[in-house]
Design a protein around this ligand. Structure first.
Ligand code: OSB
Ligand code: MG
Length: 380
């Protein structure tokens, strides 16, 4: 059984070492919400809300998540007794529509508490089977194909197992062509469009189909399942869905309609670890490989991603880069590192998320704070 006593929510500001650009916008300073959750026995767990500053990836933002957490989610989750954290997703799902990233942050922090209570790693409690997870890099849109090629030269030396290039109209074919010409057919290469195209762009995708990409991630609208099936029928290259999958039912729809052949699972996007695991399981039963996506997380969110990626069907490298790819200094000890073969070790022998949270540094970076005492039991 688990019962939460209090939650401290903080917003911190952490500058990225370089700006990150996707088809719909750019980020250079990450606003991050961190949840510190304590149960009635004083066991503490940590979670991170992965919403961006603007609602340009999904409909959530840091400010909508702050509202959802402080007004509805934290008051619902603090107080009741649950048999285990798997009960949080259905509880919140019953009363809240959307706000997956806000819901996930609370749910995931509670899994950390649960694992610490059992004195096992988060990976172990989630059913992980890997001791190291393969890492790829996601590269934001660059100003020219030559710039992109230069960046990739450095990243391949660091050991990354695959390269993901962000694309948008006008920044697509010439970039992919330049990369293939420079690195040849053996480079594991994929693209991510973050919804920037429509079915009018089928001729473009048929051109891209000639470049032996591992996959094309989320080419069409962020809620679409049906049109992706039309596009997939016209392509050899597997489509991978990211934004379109926010719950297990959509993964089932994708599989039955043939809207893609791979799923990017981000625990934040789908409402937390229980939902992520359900999607993982359904995909595995249909022989659909999955990989763990990223949202430019701090070391806390990264720890959750590493634990999730240790599950069996996470058979493709994830967007789980080491801390130095994002931050001058991370907020956990040790920082996340990658070996020369592109693997990150899963801290399977440490309790919970497996890294120490640098609370003093977090305090220094905090720009606003909320404590559950003021809202506790409001809606229960
Ligand atoms: O679509 O996967 C995406 C970052 C922000 C928003 C959306 C996406 C991404 C990434 C970054 O690709 C992956 C990472 O955290 O390294
Ligand atoms: Mg994506």
């Amino acid at each position: 059984m688990i019962r939460l006593k209090e939650v401290t929510l903080r917003e911190i500001h952490l500058p990225l070492v370089e700006p990150f650009t996707i088809s719909s916008g750019s980020e250079n300073m990450r606003r991050i919400l961190l949840l510190e959750v304590e149960d009635v026995d004083g066991v503490v767990g940590w979670g991170e809300c992965v919403a961006m500053a603007m609602p340009n990836y999904n409909p959530e933002s840091i400010d909508t998540a702050w509202l959802a957490l402080t007004e509805w989610i934290i008051p619902m989750a603090v107080g009741p007794t649950f048999p285990d954290p798997g009960y949080i997703y259905p509880l919140l799902q019953k009363r809240i529509r959307g706000h997956e990233m806000a819901r996930a942050s609370l749910e995931m922090a509670t899994w950390d508490v649960w694992a610490r209570r059992k004195e096992v790693s988060l990976s172990t409690i989630l059913g992980g089977t890997r001791e190291k997870v393969g890492t790829g890099i996601s590269i934001g849109i660059q100003q020219s194909p030559a710039h992109l090629v230069e960046k990739i030269k450095g990243y391949t030396k660091e050991g990354y197992q695959r390269i993901k290039v962000k694309i948008k109209p006008g920044f697509d074919l010439p970039f992919v062509k330049a990369v293939r010409e420079e690195f040849g057919p053996d480079l594991s290469l994929m693209v991510d469009a973050n919804n920037a195209y429509t079915l009018d762009d089928i001729p473009l995708f048929q051109e891209l189909d000639r470049f032996s990409l591992m996959m094309i991630e989320q080419p069409l609208d962020c809620t679409d399942i049906v049109r992706h099936a039309t596009l997939q029928r016209k392509l050899k290259t597997p489509i991978c869905l990211d934004e379109s999958i926010t719950k297990v039912e959509q993964a089932e729809d994708m599989i039955s309609l043939g809207s893609g052949k791979i799923i990017n699972i981000k625990p934040g996007r789908v409402g937390g670890h229980a939902s992520a695991k359900a999607i993982h399981d359904v995909a595995m039963s249909h022989k659909i490989p999955v990989w763990c996506g990223g949202m430019l997380e701090s070391g806390i969110g990264r720890a959750h991603n590493v634990a999730l990626a240790s599950l069996e069907n996470f058979s493709l490298p994830g967007d789980i880069s080491p801390s130095t790819r994002y931050w001058e200094q991370d907020i956990v000890t040790p920082e996340w590192t990658m070996d020369e073969n592109g693997f990150i070790s899963v801290p399977v022998n440490k309790p919970g998320i497996g890294v120490e949270v640098n609370v003093d540094r977090i305090e220094d970076l905090t720009v606003r704070r909320f404590h559950s005492d003021s809202k506790q039991l409001k809606l229960v």
